[in-house]
Design a protein around this ligand. Structure first.
Ligand SMILES: Cc1cc2nc3c(=O)[nH]c(=O)nc-3n(C[C@H](O)[C@H](O)[C@H](O)COP(=O)(O)OP(=O)(O)OC[C@H]3O[C@@H](n4cnc5c(N)ncnc54)[C@H](O)[C@@H]3O)c2cc1C
Length: 427
């Protein structure tokens, strides 16, 4: 059996993205012991991970400078897979880690939503953020033709990044309508702190076709994707490409807060004005409370950090700033609602659950996520439904009504290391 490390913090922060970093730093002002736990080898989350050509290099360096000078203990490469009764269980490469805490701040961010269409399992068809992550880890894409498809501002960020890395971005297929996209652009120009970013994207993406009312219908190729068929304003056409990067906006990572018993509202963690969840002593900041971008994640993190260390006054000073940045949540929601046509992309034999090879037609036989899991093994594979559950929710309108440990696949020895008193009630 692996060794088990035991850690104890006054405040444990799960997720070292912008929200988690801001939360940990605010909490650290109190002089209490703070642990910042993340499953990646380096802090930074989705936006600040890795490379130098980040959208906000100066903001990133200021926050990292503070983090490096702080007494915060960063627990890197630790996947928190279980939470119950005031304890977290995590897995590192060489050990299981048991973490106890006084207060907990969950800042687990978001992930992309993938929707199945014929050919989406071909090599070189990947998430838009997935492509960005590969590029940040050194994927050589120079000269390759890339189509970026789906919805949301992430497509723009990825297109700009891929171009900087030398890719030929053939086009961006955005499923939302042109009027919504124009309104989005105008509102972002007026949103606090967003104008420079919006203008930079306009410059970085100059010359790249950006089609609205457009989405991938199918991908074809022998050993990898070679052609993507798109629907564009009701007409289908085909584009040759080497990569298809595809993401349908973001969904919050709420598995851990759900496991802690935190109440959700419309899929997001419900918090009070101090970012406290329905579970006393458990706070939540960043994307799990609403998809709102970097600035909102940072200020929510700070509020959570102060509130968790009983510095409500400091937290209150940030409420107005948070209210300004919260406008982005509504702007994004209005701009990128998923259109119903996307529900009809999958054919009967299109896989929805890639881990367990469950095609669309097998899911049609069932009336709930639970039944689909029990009878078709949908969501029972290594990703534990992280990919197919949100897709099934959109395609079939099912409520995803349970979350069970482990959140991530882990070694049996890590499971065995969890003391029995931390076992969560079944839901
Ligand atoms: C794939 C992707 C790419 C993005 N790229 C951009 C971009 O280029 N530009 C931009 O402006 N915005 C981008 N965003 C949006 C951006 O992430 C948010 O606007 C904001 O920065 C979110 O901050 P956060 O701290 O809430 O979450 P995140 O930055 O997502 O940080 C959450 C962290 O928690 C970790 N984590 C989650 N669950 C666990 C667990 N159980 N155990 C341990 N660690 C865990 C994650 O690995 C991650 O490091 C991207 C989002 C995604 C999902």
């Amino acid at each position: 059996m692996d060794s088990v490390k035991h850690l104890r913090f006054d405040v444990a922060v799960v997720g070292a993205g912008p929200a988690g970093i801001a939360a940990a730093l605010a909490a650290a002002d109190s002089g209490k012991s703070i642990g910042l736990i993340d499953d990646n080898p380096a802090a930074g989350g989705q936006i600040w991970r890795g490379a130098q050509t980040e959208p906000r290099p100066s903001a990133k360096s200021v926050w990292f400078d503070r983090l490096n000078k702080s007494a915060i203990q960063i627990v890197r490469g630790a996947r928190v897979f279980h939470a119950a009764n005031g304890e977290l269980a995590a897995e590192c490469d060489d050990s299981a880690v048991q973490i106890t805490y006084g207060r907990l701040i969950v800042a687990t961010g978001a992930r992309e939503l993938f929707l199945p269409f014929p050919g989406w399992t071909l090599p070189n068809v990947m998430g838009a953020g997935g492509l960005q992550a590969l590029l940040k880890s050194g994927l050589d894409i120079a000269g390759k033709r890339v189509v970026i498809a789906g919805t949301g501002p992430l497509l723009l960020a990825v297109a700009a990044y891929a171009r900087k890395c030398g890719a030929k971005v053939v086009g961006i297929c955005e499923q939302t309508t042109w009027p919504r996209m124009v309104r989005f652009g105008m509102k972002m120009l007026l949103a606090p702190g967003k104008a420079p970013e919006a203008l930079r994207f306009a410059y970085d993406l100059r010359g790249i076709p950006h089609w609205t009312d457009c989405w991938p219908v199918a991908a074809f190729g022998n050993r990898r994707v070679e052609i993507v068929r798109i629907s564009r304003q009701g007409q289908t056409s085909e584009i040759e490409c080497d990569y298809l990067a595809c993401g349908f906006h973001l969904i919050p990572n709420v598995e851990l807060p759900r496991m802690c018993g935190c109440r959700l509202q419309q899929g997001f963690v419900e918090v009070d004005e101090c970012q406290q969840t329905s579970v006393a002593g458990t706070y939540c900041a960043g994307e799990p409370t609403g998809i709102g971008g970097l600035e909102l994640a940072l200020v929510e993190g700070e509020i959570a950090g102060y509130a968790a260390t009983n510095w409500e006054d400091r937290a209150k000073h940030l409420f107005a700033k948070r209210a300004r940045h919260q406008k982005v949540v509504g702007i994004l929601k209005d701009a990128f609602p998923l259109r119903s046509e996307l529900k009809n992309l999958a054919r009967p034999d299109t896989l929805v659950c890639r881990c367990e090879d469950v095609p669309h037609e097998r899911l049609c036989e069932h009336s709930s996520w639970r039944a689909a899991k029990l009878h078709a093994r949908c969501g029972m594979g290594p990703c534990q439904g992280r990919v197919c559950a949100p897709a099934a929710e959109f395609l079939f309108g099912w409520e995803i009504d349970s979350v069970r440990p482990p959140v991530f696949p882990v070694r049996c020895s890590s499971l065995a290391a969890i003391p029995s008193h931390t076992a969560a009630p079944r839901n």
